[in-house]
Structures are given as structure tokens and as C-alpha cells.
Design a protein. Structure first.
Length: 332
């Protein structure tokens, strides 16, 4: 049994707390949020304790692991404090918006040999994982091209955009990690972006649409396309093309029912419209993987280094967007 505490009781923290409470290998001990009522509501619903402070959580010797679902600018100090308290850590992405802070964080905690996992949940989506497993098994031969499509149903609030670190660090970072899990390390990044959806996003200094091409060390090419608006729902697809064939993972709908009549053929339910719905299974599997890593003292798949490398690609994409040039990726 792994005893957990959750830091941060917003939308993503609530979802994680609920999933932890359902996991038979987990005991949810406590939750904390700077908004005390939010923590108390979750604690009451799930039979946990609402902690009065981070210090109370980290000072509890019975807590084995901490899930960090707080705002990005708090991740590094909380991660360091949790590691120093001897806790395993599952931290939502990104680790931080600044590479120097991220690298300093690891330098400080690395001697402790902590179990740290970053919340790249898409690695654990059953369909995306199956694509990767079948690539690794050699089903389509040498991988040559990958296309990753990720489009949100609607843009986030501008107040969020201002503190998000921009589209590449906030949204595309999931796709960069997915690309690395499928293809390996990258040597070149070229990014283009536009403001096509919400003028307020431009005013906030960000873009709302992007296309990124990457060249892997293996020579394989990857194309990532992002949009902050999609009229038909949360568009999440992968295509992997190799010397001997192709693998595709498509969108999820509420049911697999199709309608055929004199007006249309093959009509299906709309695409799931919310990331927590679309990746419900992935979030559960992500937690199960982390719990197993804590129990067996194994290195998680989406480890701290994965968070570093995804941020490195995001930074390279931003540099390319600003310069209009292809950027060589420098290994740290």
C-alpha cells in the first residue's frame, strides 16, 4: 500500500485525488490547497485529511508519495522539498518554464536518488501505447515519419495564457514528449506559428496555432500540428509511418455507434470534448505505473529527464518561431 498526499486541489488535482482514492494499492492520506475550502471539499468526499500546510504534508512520516498539481511556478520548490522529505513525487508538467531552474532542481535532488515522475499522461493512453509497442516490436519496420495532431476544443482564458509559458511549453510539450517516446532524441526543430483564433492571445504575447517539424537522430521526421480551437471536439491523433507500413491511433467518441440514412453515412458521435474525458484511462494507467515504480523502486518511464528534454524541445521551438530558422537541439 502506497500512502499519498495531493498538493493542489484544482481541476487536475481533484481528478488525480479521485483516481488515487479508487486505486486498491493506494491510501489517500491528505490533500492541501492554498484555498482551504477546496481541500476540505475533496478531503470530505474522499475520506482524506485536509492538511493545513505543505509542511504538515511533508512532515507526515506516513506519507510515501506526493502528487504535485499546483501552479507551474511552485513545482520546483515543492519538488525539492518533497524529495528532501524522502517522498516519491509525481509532478504535473512542465517542471518549470525556465531551463536553468529545472536543471538546478535536479542538481539539488539527484544525490537523494528520488523517484520522480512527470505527468506526461499521454504515454499511458492505451491506443498511443499500443502504437509505440508495435513500433518497438518492428511491425512497420524502420520508422520514417510521425504525424501528431493535438487540437483543443477552445482556447483557454487569457489570464491562463499569460502565465502558461506559451503554447509550446504549455500545450505542445505533451506532443514533444510523445514524439520522443515514439522516435527517440531529436537534433533539429523548425516551428511556425500564427494567431488565427483569439486576438486576446496575440495581445498576451502568444500564438494559438502552430506547426512544428523535427528531425530525429535516427533521421526520422516528425510533424506536430496544434490549434487552440477545434469545432468538432478534442482532436488527438497519431500516425506512424515506416518502411513496412503504417499505424494510426484516432479520436475517441462517446460510443462506437454509426448512423446511416438518406442524409448522411457513417455518422458518429462527436469527438470527446474535454481532456479529462479523453485521457481518463491514461490518467488511471499513469498512476498505476507510478505506484508500481514506488513499490518496486523502479525508474518511471516519464522521469525527470523526460521533463527536461520535452522542455528543451519547447524552448527550441520558441527560438525557431522567433528567428524563423531551424534550430539545432543541444543536449544538456
Amino acid at each position: 500500500m502506497v500512502r499519498f498526499a495531493v498538493l493542489g486541489c484544482g481541476r487536475i488535482g481533484r481528478m488525480h485525488a479521485q483516481n488515487l482514492a479508487r486505486n486498491p494499492s493506494v491510501e489517500l492520506v491528505s490533500v492541501f490547497d492554498v484555498v482551504a475550502n477546496a481541500a476540505q471539499e475533496i478531503a470530505h468526499a474522499l475520506g482524506a485529511r485536509a492538511a493545513a500546510s505543505v509542511e504538515e504534508v511533508l512532515g507526515d512520516a506516513s506519507v510515501d508519495a506526493v502528487l504535485i498539481a499546483t501552479p507551474t511556478d511552485t513545482h520546483v520548490p515543492l519538488l525539492i522539498a518533497a524529495a528532501k522529505a524522502g517522498k516519491a513525487v509525481l509532478c504535473e508538467k512542465p517542471i518549470d518554464l525556465d531551463m536553468d531552474r529545472v536543471q538546478s532542481c535536479w542538481k539539488e535532488i539527484a544525490p537523494l536518488k528520488p523517484t520522480v515522475m512527470i505527468g506526461f499522461n499521454r504515454r499511458f493512453d492505451p491506443s498511443f501505447k499500443a502504437v509505440r509497442d508495435r513500433i518497438v516490436a518492428g511491425e512497420i519496420g524502420a520508422l520514417e515519419q510521425v504525424i501528431i495532431t493535438s487540437r483543443d476544443p477552445g482556447p483557454p482564458p487569457v489570464a491562463y495564457v499569460r502565465v502558461s509559458g506559451g503554447l509550446f511549453r504549455d500545450m505542445t510539450i505533451h506532443d514533444f514528449d510523445m514524439a520522443r517516446s515514439l522516435v527517440g532524441d531529436f537534433v533539429e526543430v523548425h516551428a511556425t506559428g500564427a494567431n488565427l483564433i483569439d486576438p486576446a492571445i496575440r495581445a498576451a504575447g502568444d500564438i494559438d496555432a502552430a506547426m512544428v517539424t523535427l528531425r530525429a537522430a535516427s533521421g526520422a521526421l516528425v510533424h506536430i500540428n496544434n490549434s487552440r480551437r477545434c469545432a468538432y471536439g478534442y482532436d488527438q491523433r497519431i500516425e506512424a509511418f515506416g518502411a513496412r507500413g503504417m499505424l494510426q491511433a484516432g479520436n475517441r467518441t462517446a460510443t462506437t455507434v454509426e448512423a446511416w440514412n438518406d442524409q448522411y453515412t457513417g455518422a458518429r458521435d462527436v469527438v470527446l470534448n474535454f481532456f479529462i474525458q479523453r485521457y481518463q484511462e491514461a490518467y488511471v494507467a499513469e498512476l498505476a505505473h507510478f505506484v508500481a515504480c514506488v513499490q518496486e523502486k523502479k525508474e518511471p518511464l516519464a522521469n525527470f529527464a523526460a521533463g527536461v528534454e520535452a522542455l528543451r524541445l519547447a524552448d527550441a521551438a520558441l527560438e525557431s518561431l522567433r528567428s524563423g530558422q531551424t534550430v539545432r537541439v543541444q543536449k544538456g
